[in-house]
Ligand binder design. Sequence first.
Ligand SMILES: Cc1ncc(COP(=O)(O)O)c(C=O)c1O
Length: 377
Amino acid sequence: MRVPLLDLKLQYAPLKAEILTAIEQVVDSQHLVLGPQVEKLETDIASYTGAKHAIGVSSGTDAQLVLLMALGIGPGDVVVTTPYTFFATAGCVQRLGARIVFADIDPLTYNLSPRALEDVLAKTQGVKAIIPVHLYGCCADMEAICAIAAQHGVPVLEDAAQALGCAHPIGSAGAISEAGWYSFYPTKNLGAFGDAGMVTCREAALASKIRSLRNHGMEPRYYHHSVGGNFRLDAIQAAVLNVKLPHLDGWGAGRRERAAFYRNAFSLAGLDSVLSLPIEPWSDTGIANHHIYNQFVVRAPKRDALRAFLSEAGIGSEIYYPLPLHLQECFKDLGYSRGDFPEAERASMETLALPIFPELQEVQQSYVVEKVQEFYP
Ligand SMILES: Cc1ncc(COP(=O)(O)O)c(C=O)c1O
């Protein structure tokens, strides 16, 4: 049996006719960049998440970049974030010449630790933004993080690239704080047919600045009042996303069911004390989508050997992320070294993402559990 980490063909098959029709309509219209499909997506994402403003852009990375540009973040400013995330979260800060300061993660959720954040803020000057990441589709502790940020008068910007549709008691991921962003990279829960992203924010003035910057600060045509970039979203990507968005909650439910299946099967196999299974921090609030499992990540002893064993058995897995950001070559000038963020370092050595997607079959999940059991006799 083969169990891929993700199989996007299975999601595409039942939607193929509808998606091809939507693409054909865009092609026929020859309105290929921004336009009505992008506007519809912006309206629908805003109403789906409760965000006041949503601005479609070319990727999740560009969403963060244009937001930071619109906020005027640059040289002399400090941005605090987690070292255990996809590179873009910190890369965008560095690109703008601002200084990245990391704070360690919570070992259970892998998200920015409010306590670590507090410690860092107490000893850091010039902080202009705090960026929690809702990693794997599970919200960071936004109540605590926003309260700490408010004490310091610093805005919170949410990296919700992996978390569209994830609900927290105080709002929907990416629409809880001042601003946030989503990625529609194909592997995300709502994936385009290429790169695409969305910025969200509360303030109308900030939204209009972002809209302008995504198109070279151009208003009217060929008159530029600020230096932006080409961060425009293509109409074909928006058209695909418009077909897919109504299915997102159903897919989220499918992911959650599969997570519950793993949880049950691993515990029946006695593996819940060997692996650390993902926790669901707000499960007692009755909120349905408090974790939307963009990834199902376990901590596993002898992780690399387990991964090789699973691969041999035809099971896909992935390490998100093998080297925390403070140890990345390109950030060596930040002056961090091994040991600075022990939880992020431990997570990078111990975690493994197992296959999870709405079309994954029980028989495939049982096979994954069986093979994991075989590895830990
Ligand atoms: C946490 C996180 N932030 C930012 C991004 C960047 O998004 P994109 O790939 O759409 O540029 C990603 C995408 O992988 C991500 O996972």
